[in-house]
Design a protein around this ligand. Structure first.
Ligand SMILES: Nc1ncnc2c1ncn2[C@@H]1O[C@H](COP(=O)(O)OP(=O)(O)OP(=O)(O)O)[C@@H](O)[C@H]1O
Length: 625
């Protein structure tokens, strides 16, 4: 129920359209019931056996109509005075009521859908915002396909229920309401027999609804599973090919598709039972009524026309009730889907903005880590990745982090822009604790270039100016020149306006890196976090990237996860991390003397990686700006 209120809360902005849709739906129901009511007079008066149309005294027809409703209005009073005979009155009433019903139907459906689609658009916007703002750990916990599935499939389920189904439902509920009045007015005691069936219908519908909700949720989860496989194998298509895994992935996909197939069938089994069940209940009710009605006609307690109108009204009643079962199923499906949506929206963020955050205006002194520890937590428990780290990074220095794989280097640098919060100790920037600083102002001070260059399927220019849409073209070019990217950009078909393809697939590895460097240069943040690529590019590309990096690092405070000898030589201090602890700090020469781990890294990693660099030293000079 809470979810229903929450969905309604989203509809509050569209209350006017919703209200108008309700009024118009009431119009549809009223005119629909009115048309059914006309069946009685058509039979008893217009088509009366032995009489020709128009020979029945108009007043007797109208009096009868008035009397049936115990109302003082007459059909004659509803039609223009120049229409006299029975046929004309009924025909006019029939045509005009159909026309009015059609107008209410059209405008009402439009407005109900307006409110429904509007509500869903707002909900989708909020869900996207909630997901986008979640901290990094949220994206580690939830697979991309699952999130896409919530944004697309779950939203679509709710959309279907709140737009198409809701507008139909509104009309049907009023049709039901007015037709019930008609059934009672026409049938009298006969109508009460129907009450016997109400509990049967309600109990079975509730049960079916519960099954539908549960099976639909399972179906949506299976769909998310498929979406995950699709996402992984389409974005990782090159790896799939390289490892000849097409067949294996195909099998994995087919198994997931089969699971979806079975889940969908379970959902259909739960849903499809409602229609035949209602058919059966309806047939039993009508059979009983025929039996009782026959007796009443014989005893002249009812005319054939009235009984016929009563049965038509009953059939009319049956339609909304039967459809209610489907609506109920749709609403249950929407509720099932909305649980995933609201769960994502309510997920508690580990990294939160302080109540009254301090806004950093720049970076002046230092970043200090005091007794910092960090543990990743997942379903299997906590896993400590950093332990009692004490480190001060002074403004303007280049600090290199080195250490074996899994030592905690990435974890440490991820704490500085608050991708994660330290689980022990504290981090201060210019004397302010990170948790007390506004997230936006903190991240404004930090530029980041990682091994994996993340580019968007947009133009070169927009990729460089990411986050600064209003920056001048001249500054974009300046940044590209400093990143040694300008020349290759100009060689592209549309220069700076060339679309680079998804994740920049149309560019070489080195070009991608230089675009990412240009982006960081343009951002011009005082602190730079650099995660050097471990894979060597070809000699020329590597040299260009190194020079571009040199330009980026100039006059900044740099924390670099270093894999190159040239980088550690450039650093003011080198920190050796091992198993989440700092085991040594010093210059290259000092560490070669005191740290066995550093010596090993030097022998096995740095020298190898730098062989390519030293092979063509001439390029370095050429690339210098
Ligand atoms: N999201 C995560 N959830 C759980 N454990 C993690 C997560 N990310 C990293 N770890 C673990 O934390 C430890 C430190 O990882 P981290 O990525 O910081 O190492 P690293 O020094 O950067 O390694 P590399 O040089 O290979 O990139 C490793 O044992 C790793 O398995």
């Amino acid at each position: 129920m809470k979810r229903v209120w929450r969905l309604l809360y989203y509809a509050r902005r569209y209350w006017l359209q919703s209200l108008a849709a309700v009024v118009l739906a009431a119009g549809v129901g009223l005119f629909d019931a009115f048309r059914v009511f006309l069946v009685g007079p058509i039979f008893d008066n217009v088509l009366h056996p032995g009489q020709t149309a128009g020979s029945v005294k108009q007043n007797s027809l109208l009096t009868e109509i008035g009397a049936r409703f115990h109302l003082h209005i007459t059909l004659q009073s509803l039609v223009p005075s120049w229409i006299h005979n029975d046929w004309s009155v009924v025909a006019f009433a029939f045509v005009v009521s159909t026309l009015l019903k059609g107008i209410c139907d059209y405008i009402g459906t439009y407005l109900a859908n307006y409110a429904g689609f509007g509500t869903i658009t707002d909900l989708r916007d909020d869900l996207y915002e909630a997901i986008l703002r979640r901290s990094v750990s949220f994206f580690q916990k939830h697979a991309t396909g699952t999130l896409l599935s919530a944004l697309i499939n779950d939203i679509e389920r709710v959309q279907y229920a709140t737009s198409s189904v809701l507008s139909d439902f509104l009309q049907q509920i009023f049709t039901l309401f007015f037709t019930v009045i008609l059934v009672i007015a026409l049938g009298g005691k006969l109508a009460w027999i129907l009450l016997l069936f109400v509990p049967v219908v309600i109990v079975s519908m509730r049960r079916i609804g519960r099954d539908v909700r549960q099976t639909t949720r399972k179906g949506q989860d299976r769909l998310a599973e498929i979406q995950n496989i699709l996402h992984e194998t389409i974005t990782g298509n090159r790896i799939v090919k390289a490892f000849n895994m097409e067949f294996w992935e195909l099998l994995r996909f087919r198994q997931a598709a089969r699971r979806l197939f079975r889940a969908n069938l379970r959902s259909v089994r739960a849903q499809a039972i409602s229609s035949p069940l209602m058919d059966f209940v309806g047939a039993v009710a009508i059979a009983l009524l025929l039996l009782v009605g026959r007796g009443r006609i014989q005893s002249h307690a009812m005319t054939v026309g009235t009984f016929f109108a009563f049965i038509v009204a009953l059939f009319k009643l049956y339609d909304p009730i039967r459809r209610f079962a489907q609506y109920y199923n749709s609403f249950q499906q929407a509720l099932g889907a909305s649980s995933a949506i609201f769960d994502f929206m309510d997920a508690q963020d580990e990294v939160c903005e302080a109540r009254h955050p301090h806004v950093l205006k720049g970076f002046r002194e230092s970043i200090a880590l005091e007794h910092v520890s960090f543990a990743y937590s997942d379903d299997e428990g906590e896993k400590e990745a950093l332990h009692d780290i004490n480190l001060t990074i002074r403004q303007g220095e280049v600090l290199a982090l080195v250490g074996p794989s899994g030592a905690g280097k990435s974890t440490l640098v991820n704490l500085i822009p608050r991708f994660f919060d330290a689980t022990g100790g504290r981090i201060l920037i210019d004397g302010h604790e990170l948790r007390e600083v506004s997230l936006a102002s903190l991240r404004e001070q930090i530029g980041k270039v990682t091994q994996e260059t993340i580019l968007f399927n947009d133009t070169v220019r927009n990729n460089i100016a990411y986050g600064q849409p209003d920056v001048s073209f001249a500054r974009v070019q300046e940044a590209a020149k400093a990143a040694l990217a300008h020349d290759f950009i100009l060689r592209m078909p549309d220069g700076y306006d060339t679309l680079i393809g998804e994740k920049g697939f149309r560019l070489s590895g080195g070009e991608r890196q230089r675009l990412a460097i240009a982006r960081a240069i343009l951002k011009n943040a005082p602190v730079l976090i650099l995660d050097e690529a471990t894979s060597a590019l070809d000699t020329e590309s590597e040299s260009l990237v190194q020079v571009a990096l040199g330009n980026l690092m100039a006059a900044r405070t740099v924390i670099v996860i270093a894999h190159r000898l040239s980088t550690v030589r450039r650093a003011n201090r080198i920190v050796v991390l091992e198993g989440g602890r700092i085991t040594a700090v010093g210059s290259h020469e000092e560490l070669l003397q005191i740290s066995p781990t550093y010596q090993k890294l030097y022998r096995l990693q740095f020298i190898d990686m730098d062989e390519a660099m030293t092979a063509e030293p001439a390029l370095m000079g050429k690339a210098e700006l």
